[in-house]
Design a protein around this ligand. Structure first.
Ligand SMILES: [Zn+2]
Length: 397
């Protein structure tokens, strides 16, 4: 009996030691708010100033999104990560690439795109959010054009540019990636640029940008502070923050990890977008449904990334996949709700009991479902037998 009690005591000590070793990520996931119902947001970046083919694509998206409704009757919501400017190619060419000039989304040239966006906003299916004045840092692209003929051709093209065609490092707005590794931008330049683009966003959409998402997910504290000063309330992230482009051009210098509901030191809340649904990359509707199921088990909202290139390149087949994904999601989880990120941020700030769970058992179930993502914890929990009581707590045993 004594030996048995000693063995039990030793196991308990071992489990406590494991829990203490992983205390930080475990506690963070306990503090992370738990959503009571599955929530789905389709997040689509890069729309705005650019190819005119966006206008019919946006109208078709309005048709598809309006046709799918949640249990409350709300239509599916797609955020539009908006780009407010592309290069004015002929004008830049006339100056032999010595100076940069842009053509803005509120130019008459883009009227059909603005009208399509407005149709979706009025129908309650589009939620515009700030992606950036440009999908690049103009001085960096200008400098790169002096060294790289393909970039120079892109910059002077008389047709509205597709920023997807720029070399990836140059698509990051908040660093100077004209050579690698990238260099940080002066803080004052960031402040002025954000203030200008927030003003342009207000001019076009009639409100301050409530939500911001950095191009290529490269940004830093200075950008967050400038966003906060411009009225941004929520920042969409992939769960970590890269602040540079490294020697090989990939996003790096990661200096922070975040969970949904955590607060930036500048004030805005972070949201995590980590379901990827890009039909032109071969992602089928099931991927969206599986992502939603997993986030729902974890008590998390599902922010689903799907860029505009899907709808410009693949057209109807991407729309068909999106429609099937949305309908499949509703069939899999009938209590599913569609919402815009700004509403999610509002619910988090208000700790709204209509959205957030406060009962212990569902919170424990969500917490244990989140632990598998903690590096090495799952293996250590399995080896020490700690996985068993955790499964009991989570209602999975
Ligand atoms: Zn983008």
């Amino acid at each position: 009996m004594t030996a048995f009690a000693l063995a039990i005591g030793a196991v308990c000590v071992l489990w406590i030691a494991v829990l203490l070793a992983f205390a930080r990520p475990l506690l963070a996931r306990w503090r992370e708010p738990v959503f009571r119902v599955p929530v789905l947001v389709i997040e689509s970046d890069d729309w705005g100033a650019g190819p005119l083919a966006q206008a019919p694509a946006l109208h078709r998206l309005v048709d598809v999104l309006s046709g799918v409704r949640d249990c409350s009757g709300r239509a599916a919501v797609m955020t539009l990560g908006v780009i407010l400017e592309v290069p004015d190619g002929p004008r830049i060419a006339a100056g032999d690439c010595r100076d940069y000039y842009g053509i803005a989304l509120d130019d008459p040239h883009f009227e059909a795109i603005r009208e399509a966006m407005r149709a979706g906003i009025d129908a309650g299916v589009f939620a515009p959010q700030l992606h950036g004045q440009c999908h690049y840092w103009p001085p960096a692209v200008l400098a790169a054009a002096g060294q790289n003929e393909a970039v120079r051709r892109w910059l002077v093209d008389p047709e509205p540019a597709s920023t997807e065609a720029l070399p990836s490092p140059l698509q990051s707005r908040w660093v100077d990636a004209s050579s690698l590794p990238s260099r940080p931008l002066p803080e004052r330049d960031i402040q002025m640029a954000v203030a200008e683009e927030a003003t342009a966003f207000h001019r076009i959409f009639g409100s301050v940008p409530g939500v911001a998402v950095a191009t290529t997910f490269v940004w830093n504290d200075a950008v967050e502070a400038a966003w906060a000063a411009a009225g941004v309330d929520a920042i969409v992230t992939p769960g970590r923050r890269a602040t540079c482009r490294t020697d090989d051009g990939t996003p790096g210098c990661t200096d922070a990890a975040m969970l949904t509901g955590a607060r930036s030191t500048a004030g805005p809340l972070y949201l995590v977008r980590d379901v990827y649904f890009e039909p032109t990359l071969g992602h089928g509707p099931q991927r969206l449904i599986d992502g939603l199921r997993q986030r729902s088990r974890q008590g998390r909202v599902s922010l689903v990334e799907t860029h505009r290139f899907n709808f410009l390149q693949a057209g109807e087949s991407a729309l068909t996949a999106l429609d099937a994904g949305l309908r499949g999601a509703l069939a899999a989880l009938p209590s599913l709700r569609f919402a815009a990120p700004v509403e999610i941020a509002r619910a988090l700030r208000a700790r709204d009991p209509a959205w957030l769970e406060s009962r212990l058992r569902p919170r424990l179930a969500a917490w244990t479902a989140r632990l598998d993502e903690v590096p090495r914890f799952r293996r250590v929990a399995a080896l020490t037998g700690l996985a068993w009581p955790l499964a009991m707590i989570g209602g999975r045993a």
